[in-house]
Write a protein that binds this ligand. Structure first.
Ligand code: ADP
Length: 495
């Protein structure tokens, strides 16, 4: 029997998962690596440590499964997105630490781009808003701040890549320099509608074309691994959120997933048409499957604080000892008692985009208890997700049939029931929650014929629990309008 190996290179840890022919995860290994904070707002990773941890956990996972490289049919890679690495093509040495997606150092570059009137061109071509989040300005910063880098880049001596590119370069011992369309769509350098690096965007960001990886589909053999994984084809790549969308089998237009982690990422498949957003969402490439022609797109919205509000109840307010206790506490009251918690601790993301918003608890009366606050915290997660879904529906014209969920806080049944109630559609939790890793392994599996079709993959996706909406439309409307009022109190708080 052969297996698939998923390399899941995340923001705080590198993970490797071995998956069998029933789509079941049979072994997992994980290693955290160093977060480097050189200044407030700056976040870096050491690319060599990322590589060492990733190849280390790959070996561990194979060991735990009791298999070796010859038992692996294909490798799929999924990764933290937007994080930028620049390295020397000859030596393979990074010229600097990787600049992580969370890093805000290039905000002034973005302000200047906006002042120069580039916003509509950038959004029209890349589907993104101008923001320090994306890779393009990070590459520009490296070229302008590492001594000699721009000259070296102009001479064609340097390579740029997101983490997928970097890992494949290392896995193939410098032979292959590629990325996939989903990762490329997060750089602000790609025209997502023709899937090509764009001269106008490259000029706006002052990044030489010679540094860029070749843009490939998300499911094809890019090359063979060397070293401890010698001979194994690397056959799937997707950015983490797109990979989760695929792992949740949201492969048809109008299907959507939401991941409830620290924050939340909701993606809706919009099929082979990229849908420009009128409601401040991102238009992004979901994936392209080689041999199936067309690029597929998604609308994406992110909420900064969802599961993290539960961490705050635990570590800040200390009203619970462990995250799962929030459900028991919230369940001791029948409703929120009129209390709303807007967790705008770091401003508000999509669709509000208000960096000046701050957290608020409103509607307090003398009857309010900690249980009401716990309940309001969970409900605040669900309202934020509902606000994004509303924007997606407005942009796409698609009425969602169900929302598929994953991530740590999706374990919370009270939250999932309230989510279904407030959305008015079923919320579906799969029994395999390793959706991010599964997605990239599944993309790889199709490229090597390990699994043959989307139908076969979908047969491995099973439901743990479906939460049916039970709330009346009147009640939903009343709660939503009170939530909107609460949002209004939180917006524009600091200057
Ligand atoms: P990340 O990948 O962002 O680290 P995870 O998917 O591991 O996140 O989820 C962790 C988050 O989920 C934490 O913010 C935690 O507070 C929250 N969480 C975990 N279990 C529960 C629960 N039972 N109810 C509510 N939130 C939870």
């Amino acid at each position: 029997m052969k297996y698939l190996l998923a390399l899941d290179q995340g923001t705080t840890s590198s993970r490797a998962l071995v998956i069998d022919e029933t789509g079941k995860v049979v072994a997992v290994a994980q290693k955290e690596f160093t977060q480097i904070f050189p200044q407030p707002g700056w976040v870096e990773h050491d690319p060599n440590e990322i590589w060492a941890s990733q190849i280390g956990v790959a070996a561990d996972a194979l060991g735990r499964a009791g298999i070796s490289a010859k038992d692996v049919a294909a490798i799929g890679i999924t990764n933290q997105r937007e994080t930028a690495v620049v390295w020397d093509r000859k030596t393979g040495d990074p010229i600097h630490n990787a600049i992580v997606w969370q890093d805000r150092r290039t905000a002034p570059i973005c302000d200047k781009m906006k002042a120069d009137g580039l916003e509509s061109m950038v959004t029209q071509k890349s589907g993104l808003v101008i923001d320090a989040y994306f890779s393009g300005t990070k590459v520009q910063w490296l070229l302008d701040n590492v001594p000699g880098a721009r000259d070296r880049a102009n001479r064609g001596e340097l390579a740029f890549g997101t983490i997928d590119s970097w890992l494949i370069w290392k896995l193939t011992d410098g032979k292959v320099h590629v990325t996939d369309e989903s990762n490329a769509s997060r750089t602000m350098l790609l025209n997502i509608y023709n899937q090509s690096w764009d001269d106008e965007l490259l000029k706006a960001l002052n990044v030489p074309r010679s540094m860029l990886p070749e843009v490939k589909s998300s499911s094809e053999v890019y090359g063979e691994s060397t070293g401890i994984l010698a001979g194994v084809p690397i056959a799937g790549i997707a950015g983490d959120q797109q990979s989760a969308l695929f792992g949740q089998m949201c492969t048809k237009p109008g299907m959507a997933k939401n991941t409830y982690g620290t924050g939340s990422f909701m993606l809706m498949n919009t099929g082979t048409e990229g849908v420009p957003s009128k409601n401040k969402l991102l238009t992004t490439i979901a994936w392209r499957r080689a041999g199936h022609g067309k690029t597929e797109y998604a609308l994406e919205g992110s909420v900064f604080i969802t599961g993290a509000v539960v961490q705050w109840l635990r570590d800040g307010l200390k009203i619970i000892h462990a995250a799962p206790q929030v459900e028991d506490l919230a369940a001791t009251v029948p409703d929120n008692g009129g209390v709303y918690l807007v967790p705008a601790f770091v401003g508000l993301g999509a669709p509000h985009w208000d960096p000046y918003a701050r957290g608020a608890i409103v509607g307090l009366t003398r009857g309010a208890t900690l249980a009401h606050i716990a309940r309001a915290a969970l409900e605040g997660i669900a309202y934020q997700v509902a606000d994004i879904l509303q924007a997606m529906t407005a942009d796409s014209g698609v009425k969602l049939a169900e929302l598929r969920v994953d991530g740590g806080a999706a374990k919370n049944n009270l939250l999932m029931q309230f989510q279904a109630d407030i959305l008015g559609i079923p919320v579906v939790r799969p029994n395999e929650t390793e959706t991010t890793a599964l997605g990239s392994a599944y993309l790889a599996s199709l490229a090597v014929g390990y699994f043959k079709s989307l139908e076969e993959l979908a047969s491995h996706w099973g439901i743990d629990r479906t939460f049916e909406p039970k709330m009346s439309a009147d009640q939903r409307q009343k709660l939503q309008s009170e939530w909107s009022k609460a949002l209004g109190r939180a917006k524009g708080w600091v200057q």
